[in-house]
Design a protein around this ligand. Sequence first.
Ligand code: HAM
Length: 424
Amino acid sequence: MRPEFQAPRGTQDILPERSLLFNRIAHVAENHFRRAAFGRIETPAFEHTELFVRSVGPGTDIVEKEMFTFKDPGERSLTLRPEGTAGVCRAYLEHGMSHRPQPVKLWYLGPYFRRERPQAGRYRQFNQIGAEVIGAASPRVDAEVITLLDRILKKLRVPGVDLRISSLGSREARTAYRARLQQHLRSRMSELPPEIQRRIPTNPLRAFDSYHPQAREVLGDAPKLLDAISSDDAEHFDAVCSLLAEASVEFRIDPTLVRGLDYYTRTVFEFTSDHLGAQSAIAGGGRYDDLISMLGGPSTPAIGWAAGVERIGLALGNKAYPARLNAFVVAPDDLSEVAVRVVSQLRDASISADFDLLGRSENAQLKHALRAGAQWAVLVLSPEAAELRNLRSGERWSTELPELPEQLKWARRHPRRTPTEVDS
Ligand code: HAM
């Protein structure tokens, strides 16, 4: 029977088997960030709506139709964060981080919300790992953040990864280019589907995202933004490309690459995986040299990216990790208090341990130990002694209880020998 309540559409529960995979993804990312001198930042899960409208852009899908917006009791409009960059830039300004040594290197991990049509890999609540480097314009920073993401995905062994990069140039170059693109699209209007026609006045660049066959033909003939950027921007882009090659990052230049957020300038990039189906983007990012000033701050160059944790998990086959348990303490009813003491003793010694909580027979406890994935059973024999039994190999020996943690640690280091064999 279907239970009365289900998780809301587009949300999901992460059960323990899967949260181990998520922990691993977070752990690998965190290690890379620490080594690269990034500090972690947490911003609120909701912000003033205007922050996202101004940052992400009023003509984008996110702002037009995907935000979860609500009013607080004081009638102020708030929005569940659809992305992380706007909040991080708001925090950079609010906490005067421009007075810290520049650039400020920040990373984050947490839930984000978009009211999209749910499908595999697309959720209404999802988790992002993100990085933002604020206060440096050098192409070295572009290369650094892209390399960092490349190495995280490689360490996680995400399969079928493809990195595309491009440059959107400066805002001025883009404005001039937009007019040329609009002219091109209008001249071939009858070949375009209505959603592209509708977007010509507000966001013509998004047309490059279309899979519509005729639209693709029209766009194949369209002028490319990468050919229209200034010589400074082209120089910056060339430097980024050579630095990436220097760092052994494989990439393709894709002049049709567009991103769904308006704040980008110069470098943009996207990592996809061919193991993901339609929602193939694993991570994306770019420079946003104008955003901090658009939010009322001084002109401050910046660049960053965000990766979807669920999509990385999907590309990795959503592998369920078995829970790991070092020891399961088995005790007869009259020694159950000893079991409580032994479990605490083991946990205090950083050995994972569990025991029966349902009053099972000793035999049933042993079976449960196997099902729980325990490596060792500790069979309590008396208030002073126990037998250690390897549940994989069957080898066993007895020990005094105070020796137990040391014996287990020893056994972990020497998986195939008993202490007596070593002594002899
Ligand atoms: P984004 O491309 O919108 O960029 O999102 C980054 C990643 O979040 C995507 O590549 C995807 O893996 C994941 N993602 C996005 N939407 C969903 C969804 N509905 N369900 C599951 N996963 C999703 C940004 O958010 C920018 N803030 C990145 C950035 C940081 N640019 C500069 N700094």
